[in-house]
Design a protein around this ligand. Structure first.
Ligand SMILES: [Zn+2]
Length: 306
């Protein structure tokens, strides 16, 4: 396979999607396999080695509960022509819909990896490995946590200069950031951070509530001005905002013993600093998407009014 054929094969990867639910199983497995190729080690993984890593990645970056179906991509990716399995014939000969159980995969040491023709091209071209990884994180994760995802699978975090297909086909509104910051009077909706150097804001960002990668629109009711810290933890699902009261609710999984953790949790139950006009208020359907697809349940209800 040549470089172009390999890029196209990955761009064609079908990601299971029902409406706007997030499906990050295949992308995370592919990133993990790319990291193995990039590291020069064997790119064929025994399920028993891949499982704990995939489980952790899904728990950290996938919607709630997605770790339970951690074995799906290991089986289903072969229908995309991107994966090859090795193991007992009675398992491998099953139809695509008959996913083996976790126990079957473990007991039989089923192994999976990129098919040889694809693997050879990737092994010859480390830049291609980074380019594909970058396209995949761009397509499935917001900018604020892309480097976290890459680092978690063990891939380098420097961007390479190839635009993803999604970026090429779907134009972003360049004014989104400015409109959102203006709506929130250039301060973080959680902590009020409004540091400036002269007239330039520092560390203030326009966050999408429903991710751009999940077809969230570039409109002010889908945005909140957040400082870089609150933007990152919002995209990781450490807190969400209730659609009816605009209260900030943290995840029970967020913890820490130092001052930074105490500062963060001080906003538990507090209200979002609202935008200048009601027309800019976050739309309940976008907040509900964030709570369902990003927030790490269960919620910490301390100090919560409801
Ligand atoms: Zn903040």
């Amino acid at each position: 396979m040549n470089r172009e054929e390999v890029l196209q094969a990955f761009d064609r990867m079908r990601v299971w999607q029902r409406g706007d639910q997030r499906a990050v199983h295949k992308p995370l497995l592919v990133l993990l396999a790319l990291a193995k190729v990039g590291a020069g080690g064997t790119a064929i993984m025994d399920w028993n080695d891949a499982e704990p890593v995939l489980k952790e990645l899904l728990e950290e970056f996938g919607p709630d509960g997605s770790g339970n179906s951690r074995h799906y991509p290991f089986w289903h990716l072969k229908t995309d022509g991107l994966w090859q399995l090795d193991g007992p014939a009675d398992i491998l000969s099953r139809p695509p819909g008959a996913t083996p159980t976790l126990t079957e995969l473990r007991k039989n040491h089923v192994r999976g990896g990129f098919p040889p023709a694809l693997l050879e091209t990737l092994q010859r071209d480390p830049l291609l490995v980074s380019a594909i990884a970058q396209r995949i994180v761009d397509a499935h994760f917001p900018e604020s946590i892309r480097n976290e995802v890459l680092a978690a699978v063990g891939l380098p975090t420097e961007p390479v200069g190839l635009m993803s297909v999604q970026e090429q086909t779907r134009r972003r509104d360049p004014a989104f950031r400015e409109k959102v910051l203006l709506a929130y009077q250039y301060r973080c909706g959680v902590c009020g951070h409004d540091l400036r150097l002269g007239r330039r804001t520092i560390g203030l960002e326009a966050a999408h509530i429903k991710w751009f990668q999940a077809k969230g629109p570039d409109v002010v009711p889908n945005g909140i001005a957040l400082c870089s810290m609150h933007h990152k933890v919002f995209d990781l699902g450490a807190f969400t905002i209730l659609p009816d009261t605009y209260q900030i609710v943290f995840s029970q999984h967020l913890n820490g013993s130092d001052e930074a953790a105490a500062r963060m949790l001080a906003y538990q139950g507090a209200g979002l600093i609202l935008p200048q006009s009601n027309e800019y208020l976050p739309k309940p359907e976008f907040l509900a998407w964030h709570e369902r697809e990003v927030f790490k349940r269960p919620a910490n209800l301390k100090g919560h009014l409801r």
